[in-house]
Write a protein that binds this ligand. Sequence first.
Ligand code: DAH
Length: 340
Amino acid sequence: MNKDELKKMEEEALRQIREAENMSKLNEIRIAFLGKKGQFTNAMKSLRDLPKEERPVFGQVVNEARSNVTEKLEEMKTALAAKAREKQLESEVIDVTLPASRMELGHRHPNEIALEEVERIFVGMGYEVVEGPEIEKDYYNFEALNIPANHPAKDEQDTFYITKEFLLRTQTSGTQVHEMEKHKLPIRMISPGRVFRADELDATHSPNFHQIEGLVIDKNITFADLKGTLAEFAKQLFGPDTKIKLRPHHFPFTEPSAEVDVSCFKCGGKGCRLCKGEGWIEILGCGMVHPHVLEMSGIDPNEYQGFAFGVGLERIAMLKYEIDDMHHLYENDIRFLKQF
Ligand code: DAH
């Protein structure tokens, strides 16, 4: 190899380096020219074929050319790295003007929506909303409500007893007693809350569900007041054409007692799937507060009378929103809840 050939080789290397578009191309060039079997290495080897006196001069020329190529290669490497980084930064740029991804919000439970509706109706009629304890004394859950020790309603199979004296309330009716014991008359209250019974969860039962208790105590309260109140409640809850029907029933703490049906708000009373062809749907229990119950709480039944009622909240929610299985109300599947 002579000087001219070496010069050409150097120029060729520099041209390729200038035109290299990326690191891997640059690496190929490095191997081709500077690698173990590269062109500059071969050029060094060809020194052997030169006459002895020419070797140092030519060797120096090869070295210079090689270091020049090495230098340019390094420069190019730095330039390519900078370019690659710039490109990466460009592609990774964050557009702060883009809308943020939405946070998934929860949803109100059908029970909650139904309860608000019921509360709105009764508060509108001047009722107070009060709360009673979920852990209750046997006295408030049973005895003060005229349910004595041997009464079938007190069946231990239905009641979660904590001790002989304490239990998980099976009904919200105990709040009636708590309110009456305060002796602030007259009383006009509703009391929503959780109740517990030793039931298996199925399409219409649950070991814990919710009731709304109602109690009115005043002078000159009659059964007509009860009927008028519930008729208004039914109209506001299920629509202005809704009628109510009272069927005689028995509850230990009311006398007389009744169960209340509403005309089916879906078919208007003709009979459909919702009312099971009956035209009527049972929604609550009620009655005139038993004189014995008034007396036990220290209210004179000759001076004061009252009525009471108890509604199942799940039942209202299931009817109103046409939910066919109680499981839905306890699973809290957001896809279900979002429908209401
Ligand atoms: N506590 C009753 C129950 O759980 C419902 C009930 C009926 C409540 C009549 C009342 C009432 O206040 O007067 O089945």
